[in-house]
Structure formats: structure tokens, C-alpha cells
Write a protein that binds this ligand. Structure first.
Ligand SMILES: *Cc1c(COP(=O)(O)O)cnc(C)c1O
Length: 363
């Protein structure tokens, strides 16, 4: 029997998994995690209004969702004081990464990012035959001037910045972003991954300007809205970019329950506000914990805190010890594998984590 032939791009790719899921680790270990603090999922559930809307919509899943995501796009446009032609809804930022790579990159073309930043963007770039070039972090911060310098040097089509960043949690404020945007080279688009933007105080956030064709901003309901399992997010971009996305996007990729849940969650800002407040409390508890046990923490504008254990060997020991106590956390990709990244849990989860972490560090 002869093998079917795969595309040249796919044939040349190594098999990779950008993230090993906690479920996969549980299957391998034959045990369940007691504390799931490794994927920056929300510990605070979903808005009661979003839940009610989704429950009510369950019987209608016999029908396809609206492929234009009309109502949700209208509400997103309203919130950002823009028009629906500037909004594209997808099944999470990861889905939108695939779309961005497809729309901007021909095989062999280049995207630039920080070495060690969020890994799925690179996965999608590779998947369409593109190439990722990286620049090192300056301490725990993306080196913005080096990033644009590299983009210019290599003629990059895309410049990727997660802001706030993952796995560091650090954030570049609006002045730094304005300078960055002014220096994005001609022919290159800035892809701003704003998965954690809900945790940034509005006065520090860059106002949305969808008429600037150089910038694409990605948002998700997976973090502060607590809907990671529903798979829904959106892009804010120029009309031209959204029109290009619309030529190749998956038409029915966003499910009905996600559509109604996301809409109801946007209409319940008090819920997200309460999550953000609780996350702030949790972050300062983790930072106090770090001080107590002598492990520095990085400043964070997200729903997680990165503990800097200084060496990869120590990270490995600590992660193994935590896993043995059924605690799921993650580290970064090299060279950020000095960090242990811990999601802010509920108050009892934070207390349970603190107890285990003290024991592990003392041992
Ligand atoms: C969680 C996360 C995402 C993934 O978002 P989805 O909408 O769930 O695909 C993207 N980027 C960063 C930086 C994240 O931390």
C-alpha cells in the first residue's frame, strides 16, 4: 500500500505539541491533579448571566450558529467605539493565530517574536511554511526596540507581542506601545496578543484605533471571562485586514453557546470587574508568599504570577515535587524555564498552594 502524499510544508515539519495538557499529564501519571494552576484558566467561573444564556440556548444547538457572529460583533464594536467591519470573531486566539499566519505569510516569510514567549503563534507560523526569528528578552521584558530592529533587518511580515506577556506577566504601557507602533517597518503588521488585557487598569491600556492598518489586536473570553472551554475570542483590525480574514476563515467555527455566552458576559461588566479584583488580591498573596520563602516574583498584569527560581534545574525539582503533591503549574520555554508560572486560584486554592509551596521550597 502506498502512503498518501502530504504537502511539502507539512512533510517538512517535526511533530510538535505546543502545550502538554493537564489531562495528558494526568493520564500519564494515572492520577488527577488536586490544584489546577498551570493553564491560567479562570478559577472564578463564568458570569451567572452568561451561564443562564448558554443554558437557555442548549436546545437550539441543533441549528448552526450565525456564521457572521452578527450580534456579538455589534456589541464588541459598540464597546470599542468602532464598527462591525473592524471586528472578527474566532474560536479563541489560537484560532485567530492560524488565520493571521494564513493571511499574512507566504512560505518562507518571516515573523518575529521574543525568544520564550507564548508558543502557539510560532506553531501556526511554522504550519504555513513561515519562519519565526526571535530576539532575547531584556530581563523579564520584551526588548521592543530590538524587536522592531529585527523586523526591519529581516523584512518581517508580522511582529508578535503578547502584552501583557506570558509566561512573564509583564506589561508595556501605552507610551511604549505608541513608540513601538511608530517604528513598525513598512509592510509589517504588529500582532498584539491581548489575552490578559482585562487585568490591565484602563488608564494604562492603549486606546483602540481600528483604523490603523499596522495593528491587529487579539482578545479572548478564555481568561477574565472564564470561558476557556467555550473557545471564543476576537480580533480588532482595519477593514482591509478583516476583509482578508473573511476570505479564508472557518465559516461555522464558533458555536452557538459560545456566541450567546460571550455576548451575555460582555453585557455583565460587573462580573469581570469582580474577577479582576479577586485576581489582584491573589497576585499580591503570591508575591507575599515569594518574599516569605525567598523566591523573587515578577511584576504581573495577568491572572498568574511567575516565580523566578534562577535555574532550570531548580525549576525541574520544584515542578516534580509539586506534581508529586498533585499540583499542576507550568514553566516557560527556554530561556524562560527559570520561571514557575502559577495561576491565581480561589482563596482556598491559594491557601492550599501556599502550604505545598512552603514545604517544597523548604525541602
Ligand atoms: C491563554 C492565552 C491565549 C489563548 O487564548 P485562547 O483564546 O484560549 O486561544 C493566547 N495568548 C496568550 C498570551 C495566552 O496566555
Amino acid at each position: 500500500m502506498t502512503e498518501p502524499t502530504f504537502s511539502r510544508i507539512v512533510s517538512a515539519l517535526p511533530s510538535t505539541v505546543p502545550f502538554v495538557a493537564p489531562e495528558a499529564i494526568e493520564r500519564r501519571c494515572g492520577r488527577l491533579f488536586k490544584l489546577r494552576l498551570g493553564a491560567n484558566e479562570s478559577a472564578f467561573g463564568i458570569s451567572a448571566k452568561a451561564k443562564a444564556a448558554m443554558v437557555e440556548a442548549v436546545p437550539s444547538v441543533a441549528y448552526y450558529g450565525d456564521p457572521e457572529n452578527h450580534e456579538l460583533r455589534a456589541q464588541i464594536a459598540h464597546l470599542h467605539e468602532t464598527t462591525m467591519e473592524h471586528v472578527l470573531v474566532g474560536s479563541g486566539i489560537d484560532d485567530l493565530f492560524g488565520l493571521v499566519a494564513h493571511v499574512f505569510l507566504d512560505p518562507g516569510e518571516v515573523a518575529v517574536a521574543s525568544l520564550g514567549s507564548y508558543p502557539t503563534f510560532r506553531y501556526f507560523v511554522a504550519g504555513c511554511g513561515g519562519e519565526i526569528l526571535t530576539v532575547p528578552y531584556r530581563e523579564h521584558w520584551t526588548d521592543l526596540s530590538r524587536l522592531v530592529g529585527e523586523a526591519k533587518r529581516v523584512g518581517a511580515r508580522l511582529l508578535y507581542l503578547a502584552n501583557p506577556d506570558n509566561p512573564t506577566g509583564t506589561y508595556h504601557g501605552r507610551e511604549a506601545l505608541r513608540t513601538l507602533i511608530d517604528h513598525v517597518p513598512t509592510g509589517c503588521a504588529l500582532l498584539l496578543d491581548e489575552a490578559y488585557i482585562d487585568f490591565v487598569p484602563p488608564r494604562e491600556a492603549l486606546p483602540v484605533d481600528c483604523d490603523d492598518p499596522r495593528v491587529i489586536r487579539l482578545r479572548t473570553f478564555s481568561k477574565a471571562h472564564g470561558m476557556a472551554g467555550m473557545r471564543i475570542g476576537y480580533a480588532l483590525a482595519s477593514r482591509g485586514t478583516v476583509a482578508a480574514f473573511n476570505k479564508v476563515r472557518t465559516q461555522f467555527g464558533v458555536n452557538r453557546l459560545a456566541q450567546v455566552g460571550a455576548l451575555a458576559s460582555l453585557e455583565d461588566p460587573a462580573f469581570v470587574h469582580s474577577v479582576v479584583e479577586e485576581v489582584e488580591r491573589g497576585r499580591s498573596e503570591y508575591q507575599d508568599l515569594g518574599r516569605e520563602v525567598g523566591i523573587p516574583t515578577l511584576p504581573s498584569w495577568t491572572n498568574f504570577v511567575a516565580f523566578d527560581l534562577a535555574t532550570t534545574a531548580r525549576v525541574r525539582r520544584v515542578m516534580d515535587a509539586l506534581a508529586n503533591r498533585d499540583v499542576f503549574v507550568r514553566t516557560g520555554a527556554p530561556p524562560l524555564d527559570r520561571l514557575v508560572r502559577v495561576t491565581v486560584g480561589t482563596e482556598p486554592e491559594r491557601a492550599a498552594f501556599a502550604k505545598v509551596f512552603r514545604e517544597v521550597i523548604a525541602g
